[in-house]
Design a binder for this molecule. Structure first.
Ligand code: C5P
Length: 241
């Protein structure tokens, strides 16, 4: 592929052996990889270093949320691992996001590595209006997503994780440079599993998504590289199958 991969394959595995089993069948020129809480907790930071060493762009999806100093130090440690993208909860507030932003920039400058993309999580898609009300938030999920995305942008973060359904409105509100990272993607005809509202890869890109987080349609496919190739081809052709 001539451009940077748009697909981030979610390595939702319980251990490093399974994760490497899949990674060794994928091509770093064709996808990035997402390491989340399950795999990172079961394995260790060495797994991330190894994937980076194999040439993969790694999205470390640990959703840091803590007092500013602790969140910032965690972001600096992630940056030193050589990750390409990492994230924090925007609900940690402006001071936490600013500290994270500065720590990432400092750690990248120290290591000489490119600065990773620092992305915010807004409202978890598992939370409905009544769940927000229960924790004292009167806004609707849509209002709260926009509020937190604006806060993240104001603090110089690079983008947000959002549902593909929200992508068009967020792109309009926040502009083309603010990255949108969207899960809930299914190729046409694929099993939706536990995802309630899905978009195809081409639909999500057309709606304004910059990067697509895709797990089981690739990880559970008999031939993961062929599944990834088909998805990349559907994006390249802008197909709306
Ligand atoms: O297998 P599937 O494509 O559904 O995996 C989607 C990935 O994106 C998983 O790692 C899941 O945790 C993550 N994710 C999501 N919905 C969100 C946030 C993250 O599916 N709102």
């Amino acid at each position: 592929m001539s451009t940077a991969p748009r697909v981030i394959v979610a390595l939702d595995f319980p251990d490093a052996i399974s994760a490497f089993g899949l990674a060794s069948r994928l091509d770093p020129a064709k996808c990035a990889l997402k390491v989340g809480k399950e795999l990172f907790t079961a394995a260790d930071a060495g797994l991330v270093r190894e994937l980076v060493g194999r040439g993969f762009r790694v999205f470390l999806d640990l959703k840091f949320h803590d007092i500013p100093n602790t969140a910032a130090q965690a972001c600096a440690a992630a940056t030193r691992l050589g990750v390409w993208m990492l994230n924090v909860h925007a609900s940690g507030g402006s001071a936490m996001m600013a500290a994270a932003r500065d720590a990432v920039a400092r750690a990248a400058a120290e290591t000489g590595a490119p600065k990773p993309l620092l992305i915010a999580v807004t409202v978890l898609t598992s939370l409905a209006a009544r769940d927000l009300a229960e924790i004292g938030i009167r806004a609707t999920p849509e209002e709260q997503v926009l509020r937190l995305a604006r806060l993240a942008q104001a603090q110089g973060l690079d983008g947000v994780v959002c549902s593909a359904q929200e992508a068009a409105a967020l792109k309009r509100a926040l502009g083309p440079a603010f990255k949108l990272v969207t899960p809930g993607i299914r190729p046409a005809g694929a099993d939706t599993q536990d995802q309630a509202r899905v978009m195809t890869p081409a639909q999500a890109i057309a709606a304004g998504a910059d990067y697509l987080v895709i797990g089981r349609p690739i990880t559970a496919a008999p031939d993961p590289l062929a599944a990834l190739d088909a998805i990349n081809a559907s994006i390249a052709s802008g197909a709306h199958p």
